[in-house]
Each structure stands twice: as structure tokens, then as C-alpha cells.
Design a protein around this ligand. Structure first.
Ligand SMILES: *Cc1c(COP(=O)(O)O)cnc(C)c1O
Length: 402
């Protein structure tokens, strides 16, 4: 069992079809480049949905992981371990928050945020028992648990997974008026993505984050920013909320926090919010484990230098300038911020899937989101030359369909 075809055939036959991968079988990767089982190289323009912001096999992260593997990998939270304090204090400082609560996957961190917001609502805000509501956005993506898909507006994500968890109000993304209309005395939080990733890299109108902040403060509601995909350098700042100088009450983090090595997620908030959680009320066997914390500590050190944030900002300018030139030449619009772009291809030319496959044939790995949108989010270590080469491949791909 070694050829690409065989490996794909068994993968398809023996695993649930919950994904529709491109037909490439990757064997190894360094920096922004991956190599398949046949030795063919591709430029990674997906970066594990922004989990690999710091590159495949980042030496600092791998070194930290290898050292920790030799020392200690798991204690459970029944005991303290020597990587935990550094991780909590470091992530707290990075977010400017008093406390963090570590979990593993992004969806778990979102669940944690929901639980904390509800508990805060009942115990601090004084919401009537069982009446808490959370305002969420159309076209959101926050993960795959039963509660989270309950407030998805994507039929694929939601249909036939009911009965659904109540307590969510869905409003139009980008409209602060829509939030205002949905707020009542039992509203405990607004949960949103500062840039909607899975929806196609949708950037809200300027001033939106500021207005959401003001509304939440005025109404006594928690502003919860799901920065799992937008955070940790991708947009050219540590957090996408930084672009408007806005500080949410709670950050939800994941993906790149695990350095592309292990799943690491967390929420960060001040003590007046996160202090509502007492022993036995929430937890995770693997959350905050020594390996996760050691990797997370390396990631936090990397982010504290600010190098990746500036690099994403600079390369982002280059990327967006070049992509804008394609508008009118088979590209309808380009959205995004920093080293992150959603490119809408004219749907009469090709589907997103067809474009992704042709890009792959040309040595670029990218994935479509909805319909004819291609998402570009390479590891931030990518060179400017490689980045421009990737856009050339996209231009040639589109030209080949015209
Ligand atoms: C990926 C993602 C999640 C879910 O993370 P998982 O680790 O896949 O559970 C949640 N929110 C956003 C914004 C994401 O991009």
C-alpha cells in the first residue's frame, strides 16, 4: 500500500466521508512547502486553516515539543506541572487578561466560552434561571459540537443533527443595529468572528468592532471574539480585534496556538468573568497538558517578538495588491486582511473545487470555501517570491478556464 491511488482508495473506503480532500497524499513538510508520497512538492496556501501560521516544522516549536516529550507529557489537571504557570501567565499577558482556561480543540473552547457566559449571566448579571440568550451571526463557523451546530446557518453543518440547543439568536453579520434589536434583559453575550473565515474571509465594515464593543459595554453584555482562525498573527496583528484597538471581554483561541503540532485551545478573560468557574464545574483530561503548554509557550514567545505579525502585514500588502490586479480578469472580488484572502472566482468559469484541483496540478495547495471562493492563507514564513509565484499560478489557472 504505497501509491497515491491506493492510499486514497483505502482512506475513502475506511473513513467517514466528512471531508472531501484534494487527491494529494502528503508525506512531509518544512516551512511553507509540503512533499507528497511521490516526491512532488507543493506550496501550502491553506496552512491547516491557519493552524500552521509559524510554518511546518518550525524549529523553535519542534525543539520545545521534543524537549517536553522527553520530560513529561501528561499529568491531568489533578496535579500541577511545571509548564502550566508559564502558559497561563504568558497567554494572559498576550491577551491582556487576568486568566485563561485551557482546552484542546477550537470547538471545546467555544463551548467553554458559552458555558462561562451563561454562568456569568446567572451569577453576576442576574439573568432569570434558564433564560440566558447569546447573540450569534449568520454564516458563523464556531465548530462542530451539537450545541454549536444548533446555531449554524449552514444546512450541511446543521441538518438532521437536532434536537438543537436553545438560547441563541442569529443576526446579520456586520450590522450593529441587528445586534441592538436582538438584545434583551436576558442577553449574556455576543459571540462573533472578527473576520468570518469559513464563510469566505468576510471582513465586517470599518467601525463594526468598535460599535459592537460600545453596545456590549452599554448593555452589560460579554463581547466574545472567536479569534481561533483570525488571531495569532494571521491578519498582521496579534488579534483581528487589534485593527480597531478593540478589546473583547473574552478571546477564544485555538488552531495556531498549538503550533501545528498538537491541538491547543483556550479562552482568556478577566477574573470578574472567568472567576465564576469553580472546581468540578468544567474541565478536560487533556486540556492544559504539559506537551500542549510547552508548545503553547513556544508559540507565545514567537508572538511576543511581533515578527510574524509584521511579516503577515507586509506580505499581506503584497498579496492583496497582486490579487486586486486579477479583478475583472476572472476574479470578481477579493477580501481579507493580512496574509489572508478570500478570492471570489467568476462562477461561470469554474467551481472552487475545479480551481483548487488545477492549482494543485500547478503545485499550489489551496481550498475552496463556499461555491467559487478560494481561500489563501499560507504559513507566514512563506517567502515573497513564493507568494507571488502562488498568485501567478492562480492567475494562470483562471486564464486556463477562460
Ligand atoms: C476552526 C474554527 C473553529 C473550530 O476549531 P476546531 O479545532 O476545528 O474544533 C471554531 N471557530 C473558528 C472561527 C474556526 O475557524
Amino acid at each position: 500500500m504505497s501509491t497515491t491511488t491506493d492510499l486514497i482508495e483505502v482512506s475513502e473506503r475506511r473513513s467517514a466521508h466528512n471531508y472531501h480532500p484534494l487527491p494529494v497524499v502528503i508525506h512531509e513538510a518544512h516551512g511553507a512547502w509540503v512533499t507528497d508520497v511521490e516526491g512532488k512538492r507543493y506550496l501550502d496556501c491553506l496552512a491547516g486553516y491557519s493552524s500552521l501560521n509559524f510554518g511546518h516544522g518550525n524549529p523553535k516549536i519542534i525543539e520545545a515539543a521534543q524537549q517536553q516529550l522527553k520530560n513529561l507529557t501528561l499529568t491531568s489537571r489533578a496535579f500541577y506541572h511545571d509548564q502550566f504557570a508559564t502558559f497561563c501567565a504568558g497567554l494572559g499577558d498576550l491577551t491582556g487578561k487576568d486568566m485563561i482556561l485551557p482546552m484542546n480543540t477550537g470547538a471545546e473552547a467555544v463551548e467553554t466560552a458559552i458555558k462561562v457566559a451563561r454562568k456569568w449571566g446567572y451569577e453576576v448579571k442576574g439573568v432569570q434561571p434558564e433564560q440566558a440568550n447569546i447573540i450569534v451571526m449568520e454564516d458563523n463557523f464556531h465548530g462542530r459540537t451539537t450545541t454549536i451546530v444548533s446555531f449554524s446557518t449552514d444546512p450541511d453543518a446543521r441538518d438532521n443533527f437536532g434536537p438543537y440547543t436553545p438560547g441563541f439568536r442569529i443576526v446579520k453579520y456586520g450590522s450593529v443595529e441587528a445586534i441592538r434589536e436582538a438584545v434583551d434583559a436576558n442577553t449574556v453575550a455576543v459571540l462573533f468572528e472578527p473576520i468570518q473565515g469559513e464563510a469566505g474571509v468576510l471582513v465586517p465594515p470599518d467601525g463594526y468592532l468598535t460599535q459592537v464593543r460600545e453596545l456590549c459595554t452599554a448593555e452589560g453584555i460579554l463581547m466574545i471574539a472567536d479569534e481561533i482562525q483570525s488571531g495569532l498573527g494571521r491578519t498582521g496583528k496579534t488579534f483581528a480585534c487589534d485593527h480597531e484597538g478593540v478589546v473583547p471581554d473574552m478571546y477564544v483561541l485555538g488552531k495556531a496556538l498549538g503550533g501545528g503540532v498538537v491541538p491547543v485551545s483556550a479562552i482568556a478573560a478577566n477574573e470578574d468573568v472567568l472567576g465564576v468557574i469553580k472546581p468540578g464545574q468544567h474541565g478536560s483530561t487533556f486540556g492544559g497538558n504539559p506537551l500542549a503548554c510547552a508548545v503553547g509557550n513556544a508559540v507565545i514567545e514567537i508572538l511576543n517578538t511581533g515578527e510574524y505579525q509584521s511579516r503577515a502585514a507586509e506580505l499581506g500588502e503584497v498579496l492583496h495588491a497582486r490579487l486586486r490586479e486579477l479583478i475583472g480578469h476572472g476574479v470578481i472580488t477579493v477580501r481579507g486582511r493580512g496574509l489572508w484572502a478570500g478570492v471570489d472566482i467568476d462562477p461561470s468559469l469554474a467551481s472552487g473545487r475545479e480551481v483548487s484541483k488545477e492549482l494543485m496540478a500547478r503545485g499550489v495547495l489551496a481550498k475552496d470555501t463556499h461555491g467559487s471562493t478560494i481561500r489563501l492563507a499560507p504559513p507566514i514564513v512563506i517567502s515573497e517570491k513564493d507568494l507571488l509565484w502562488a498568485v501567478d499560478q492562480l492567475a494562470d489557472t483562471i486564464a486556463s478556464f477562460r
